[in-house]
Design a protein around this ligand. Structure first.
Ligand SMILES: Nc1ncnc2c1ncn2[C@@H]1O[C@H](COP(=O)(O)OP(=O)(O)OP(=O)(O)O)[C@@H](O)[C@H]1O
Length: 275
């Protein structure tokens, strides 16, 4: 990963985890993102209301929350797309940030490979672009036009375009929201493999609680512009919906979203029947 984080390399680490990092003291992990007291208002209404959040290097954080809770606003601030955010302690994010949106946002008049390497300089750019396309399973499609690709394939190109820039921080705003369920599952596997290989810090905005559990190290719940819960995904077995631990975590997250979770509802119904 790149090493030019804006004001981050020298920051104190705050957690007691033990993986260590070349840029931090032994036994500590470097923070890639640090947000303190972040405020964003629209027309006098606070959409981000003094928000605090840290993301460590290599960490995969999923951000969930009800519609309008401020998820995309936070992501835009981290992407450097919003210069009107305020903060008491501020917002530290790296310079090398890539963003993946729900729609792939490819330039239709450029071929796939040209979309991937757009804006990259240097003789090796094309080779890196080809390698990125290989990684996302699109070898041989370099000269295709975006319109010739399926939605899932276009999103693969979008991922290749992000990763070829070797970001320290990958921001993803509902990247699989427009895909069918099967393609989404395949993309989960692909994203996980890519992140294991490239190891960016990731902030994934999603409405899909299962997507959050399957992919993330931590799930953060946003409610009215503040962090309502910050839960480490620490499941002993495979992350499959069948396990009781998975179901309990899913229930807990759905509870934070104000959804009556199925397992809890069944328990309540059983208790009612017994009474
Ligand atoms: N440019 C803007 N002007 C005015 N209000 C805005 C603007 N951008 C966002 N908002 C408001 O800020 C609030 C949070 O929006 P945001 O898009 O961050 O929510 P979200 O959690 O991503 O929602 P969703 O899950 O529906 O995508 C909403 O009430 C929205 O109307």
């Amino acid at each position: 990963m790149a090493t030019h984080a804006r004001g981050l390399i020298a920051t104190e680490n705050t957690t007691g985890n033990t993986t260590g990092n070349a840029d931090g003291r032994p036994g500590e992990r470097r923070e890639t993102v640090r947000i303190t007291g972040l405020v964003r208002s629209f027309e006098g209404r606070r959409v981000l209301d003094g928000l605090d959040l840290s993301i460590h290097a290599d960490e995969f954080v999923a951000l969930i929350g009800r519609s309008g809770s401020g998820k995309s606003t936070l992501l835009r601030a981290l992407a450097g797309l919003d210069h009107e955010v305020e903060g008491t302690g501020g917002l530290s994010a790296p310079d090398h940030v890539s963003v993946v949106f729900q729609d792939a946002r490819l330039l239709p008049w450029k071929r796939v490979l040209d979309n991937v390497v757009l804006g990259l300089a240097g003789a090796e750019a094309e080779e890196r672009g080809r390698a990125a396309l290989r990684e996302v399973g699109l070898e041989g499609r370099e000269r295709a036009w975006p319109i010739e690709l399926s939605g899932g394939e276009q999103q693969r190109v979008s991922l290749a375009r992000s990763l070829v820039r070797d970001p320290e921080l990958l921001l993803a705003d509902e990247p699989f929201g427009a895909l069918d369920a099967l393609t989404r599952l395949r993309m989960h596997g692909l994203l996980r493999r890519l992140c294991e290989r490239h190891r960016p810090a990731v902030l994934l905005v999603t409405h899909d609680v299962d997507e959050a559990i399957v992919l993330a190290d931590r799930v953060v719940v946003l409610d009215q512009g503040r962090i309502a819960a910050d839960i480490t995904v620490d499941l002993a077995g495979p992350r499959t919906p069948g396990s009781p631990e998975y179901a309990a975590l899913r229930d807990r997250l759905l509870g934070h979203l104000g959804v009556e979770a199925p397992a809890r509802r069944e328990r309540a119904e059983a208790e009612e029947t017994r009474a």
